[in-house]
Structure formats: C-alpha cells, structure tokens
Design a protein around this ligand. Sequence first.
Ligand SMILES: Cc1ncc(COP(=O)(O)O)c(C=O)c1O
Length: 138
Amino acid sequence: MLARASWRKPFWSWAKDRVTAFIAEPVQGAGGVIVAPDSYWPAVQRICDKYDILLIADEVICGFGRTGNWFGSETVRIRPEIMTIAKGLSSGYAPVGGAIVSDEIARVIGSTEFNHGYTYSGHPFAATVALENLRILE
Ligand SMILES: Cc1ncc(COP(=O)(O)O)c(C=O)c1O
C-alpha cells in the first residue's frame, strides 16, 4: 500500500497539467474481450473530471449494441466527450466511421478554423448503408 501511494503523488503532480486526454475501449477488444474490474471506469471518470482530462471512448468494437446497450460507455457508466465509431455502424457492410462529440466539443470546433475533411467524407453509399443498418438494429 505504501509503495503504491509513493508513486501516485509525484505522478499526479507531474501529470495534472500535461495529460489532455484519455482514450480507451469500454471493453478492450484487442488481446481478448477484456472486461475491466468494477472499480476501473468509475476511477477513470473521477480522475478525468477532477483534472479536466478529456475522456474519449473508442466504441469501434463496443458500439451499436455489442455490450447490450447502444454504446459500451453506457454499459460501464462513463460520460465520454468524444466517442469514435466504425465497425458496428454499418455492421461491416460498408467502410464507414466517425466521431460523436459532446455539445461543448462541437461548439469549440465550430467556433474555430479547425476544419477536417476526407476524400470520401459523407459518401452517400456508406451513409445509406449505415442508416439502413441503424434502422434494422433499432
Ligand atoms: C477498437 C478499435 N479501435 C480502432 C480501430 C481502428 O479503426 P480504423 O481502422 O477504422 O481506424 C480498430 C480496428 O480494428 C479497433 O478494433
């Protein structure tokens, strides 16, 4: 216990002004379907809230019903500011991905010149497949 406490304090005094974001899968897909211990996600959310760290959920595997809810974030009860999505969005029938962002992130991005685009952004084929897939899932 003492050994654990001894690294925590210096780590957090170093990290609190340097860590901007934390990204992870609600249930880790790589390396097996690894479910975190019950205390893990509440601690991550608490630390992110306390130190104003942006919480990003990688929902590429966990999203769209794979954990019993629409998103793995709901299953592990976190409130990410950004969720990355892909595979389940079209159930793999079309190559499509995206990011879902909180109102606050959308407001900040919308108020700056930080624009991003891809050659096939919003391509009607992928968008149509994704929408139809969501309709079937619903
Ligand atoms: C959990 C997870 N996140 C991210 C990625 C990368 O997604 P993409 O290839 O759409 O960038 C993958 C790809 O397998 C993944 O399984």
